[in-house]
Structures are given as structure tokens and as C-alpha cells.
Design a binder for this molecule. Structure first.
Ligand code: 3Y8
Ligand code: NAP
Length: 251
């Protein structure tokens, strides 16, 4: 039976994979959670919105006669990854994750690693600073306990309600970003600290490189745990998996 893929998308790597699949004439659907108003156009048919938990995903896999699932979601989209492992186990549908390595600090970086958002918030319990909070919209409210700071907020869509900070500036922009622009932005707002997720990849790295050039310290939020699953790191490896399959040990 010809493959019929479900790509769980929302990242640069997912878009690159969809381009390769479309070019190879592989049938598939790319899926978004519906977090932002206008997801980037994809070269494969796309669906937007949650599946309705594991049961909803199982029902989708069966009704759409999906033959393979590629989890190309962001490393912080852990719930989706757990759901995909559970749903593919229940339906016995092959699953691989298309992932990207976490960033590592290099000479000149000044990173404070924290385990999660609450620990990042606790790290900011100090005198007023000028903080670039480039972690998107979903966790802004977590940082409300530190109103003493100025916050530069970069969001994909205009906020529906005012951010919970007395002193802030909202920048509506979507990545991928470039280091020179982020350096100019940080200089313009006299940024003294950056809060970032350890997303990996290229689309969010600009602010990390800019912080290094300006000797601005970074609070780096480590990735949440994700389930054990087969992982590959390129669209070509996904195609190889699709046509030849590999065991869990990658052999
Ligand atoms: C909806 C789909 C592509 C994908 C591009 C990547 C790169 C540009 C950089 C900063 C960091 C942040 C955020 C970010 C980047 C890529 C990638 C990436 C970070 C879109 C997209 C969707 C989302 C969801 C959005 C989150 C938010 C996170 C902004 C599309 C544009 C901060 C993550 O308003 C909201 O609710 C936004 C929510 C999840 C994290 C958060 O907690 O707010 N991404 N981002 C996906 C869906 O609906 O399923 O519209 O294209 C995709 C991309 N954003 O195809 O080129 O691959 O990571 N996305 C982070 O990494 O820290 C911005 O500002 O410096
Ligand atoms: P999450 O917390 O792991 O998932 C929460 C719920 O959102 C899931 O249970 C699922 O709902 C739905 N969902 C998530 N990804 C989906 C997808 N690709 N297609 C359909 N439904 C999806 O996810 P998140 O962190 O909110 O991320 C949402 C999306 O934004 C993902 O596509 C991710 O790749 C993208 N993204 C996230 C980040 C980030 O920092 N988190 C950064 C860049 C891009 P149901 O249970 O109803 O199925």
C-alpha cells in the first residue's frame, strides 16, 4: 500500500520535510495545533487544531488510513509527542521523530541553565532589569511575579489582552530571525538579560548569537522530557525510514 503520512508540524524542520515529501510525490498531511492565526503555507495538505487527546488522534489515524507518523513538532511540544507515541502504539502505526539537537554554549556565552519556566521566573527575583522574554505567548503570565523588570516581548500574533507587566514593549514578529536584527533590537531596548527556550535549530538562535556579541547573559530553559521513540535528524533520514524502516535501535 502506498504510504500516507501524518506530519505533526510547527517547526522549520517540519516545513523542510514537507517540501521534500511533496517533491518526491509522497502522500501526506501536515498538522498544526492552531496556536497562531496564520500558520506558514505548507506544500502538503494541512489540518489545523488538536485531535482531542490520544483517543482523537487514534480515531484520526484510522479514519484517514495513515500508514506512518512523523513527529516533527518543537522540542517543547512534549504533550503532542507523548500522545503520538501512545496513539501509534495502540494502532501499530510506525512512528519516528524528526528532531534537532539542543544548543550548546560556546566561548563568550553567559548562560544560566534552568530546568523549566518556574525556575526561569525564580531566577528573575532580583533588582529591575531590561529582559528580552522571547519564549512566545503561552507562558507570559508565569512571569507576572516579577513586575519590577522592563520586558521586551516578541509574539507571533498581537496579544488578545494586555501582557501582565506594567513596563513592557510588544514586538509582533515571527521567525526565523537573524542575529544582526536581534542585536539591533537588543541595543535599541538596552536589553540586559535574555530568557530563551533551548529550542535548537536555526530559527530562534539569532537572539543567542546577538546576546553573545553584546555580552548579555541568557537564562536558558532546558527541554522537557519527551518519550523514548525512534529519532532521525534530516528529511533524507525520514525518507530512508519510510522506504526501508529501521528497528528501534536504528539498525
Ligand atoms: C504554530 C507555525 C516554519 C516554522 C518556524 C523553529 C523556528 C520560526 C523561532 C523568538 C523565539 C518560540 C515560538 C518560535 C520560533 C520557528 C518556527 C519558531 C520561537 C510558528 C508556528 C506556530 C508556532 C507556535 C509558537 C508558540 C511559541 C513558539 C514563538 C507557523 C510560527 C517562542 C518558541 O502565540 C502563540 O501561541 C505561539 C506559540 C508555541 C511558544 C509559546 O510558548 O508561545 N511557537 N510558531 C504551530 C501550530 O499551531 O501547531 O505559523 O509557521 C513556527 C515557528 N516558530 O515552518 O518555518 O522551528 O522553532 N516559535 C521557541 O523556540 O522559543 C520564537 O522570538 O526569538
Ligand atoms: P503541546 O503542549 O505539546 O500540545 C498541546 C496540545 O496541542 C496537544 O495535546 C494537541 O492537542 C495539540 N497539538 C500540539 N501540536 C499539534 C500539532 N502539530 N497538530 C495538532 N495538534 C497539536 O504543544 P505546544 O507546545 O502547544 O505546541 C503547539 C504547536 O506549536 C506544535 O505544532 C509545535 O510544533 C509548535 N511550536 C511550539 C513551540 C513551543 O515553544 N512549544 C515552538 C515552535 C513551534 P490534542 O490533545 O487535542 O490533540
Amino acid at each position: 500500500m502506498a504510504p500516507n503520512l501524518l506530519v505533526l508540524g510547527g517547526t522549520t524542520e517540519a516545513t523542510a520535510l514537507c517540501c521534500v515529501l511533496a517533491a518526491q510525490g509522497v502522500r501526506g498531511t501536515v498538522s498544526f495545533a492552531g496556536r497562531v492565526a496564520r500558520p506558514v503555507r505548507q506544500p502538503l495538505p494541512q489540518r489545523v487544531g488538536g485531535f482531542g487527546g490520544v483517543d482523537g488522534l487514534v480515531a484520526f489515524l484510522r479514519s484517514e488510513k495513515i500508514t506512518h507518523v512523523v513527529d516533527a513538532t518543537h522540542p517543547f511540544a512534549a504533550q503532542m509527542s507523548f500522545n503520538a507515541v501512545e496513539a501509534c502504539a495502540r494502532t501499530d502505526i510506525p512512528l519516528t521523530a524528526l528532531t534537532r539537537a539542543p544548543w550548546c554554549s560556546v566561548v563568550g556565552d553567559s548562560w544560566t541553565h534552568v530546568r523549566d519556566i518556574p525556575e526561569a521566573v525564580a531566577t528573575l527575583h532580583g533588582p529591575p532589569e531590561r529582559v528580552m522574554l522571547a519564549i512566545g505567548r503561552m507562558h507570559l503570565a508565569d512571569f507576572a511575579p516579577n513586575p519590577q523588570h522592563f520586558y521586551l516581548l516578541r509574539l507571533v500574533d498581537p496579544p488578545q489582552e494586555p501582557p501582565p507587566f506594567p513596563d513592557h514593549h510588544v514586538l509582533v514578529d515571527r521567525g526565523p530571525f537573524d542575529s544582526d536584527s536581534d542585536l539591533a533590537l537588543m541595543r535599541e531596548h538596552r536589553i540586559s538579560r535574555v530568557v530563551s527556550k533551548n529550542s535548537g535549530g536555526t530559527g530562534a538562535y539569532a537572539k543567542i548569537a546577538a546576546a553573545r556579541r553584546l555580552a548579555v547573559p541568557v537564562i536558558m530553559i532546558d527541554r522537557p522530557p519527551v518519550p523514548r521513540r525512534l529519532e532521525v535528524h534530516s528529511p533524507e533520514a525520514v525518507l530512508h525510514w519510510l522506504h526501508h524502516g529501521v528497528t528501534d535501535l536504528g539498525v
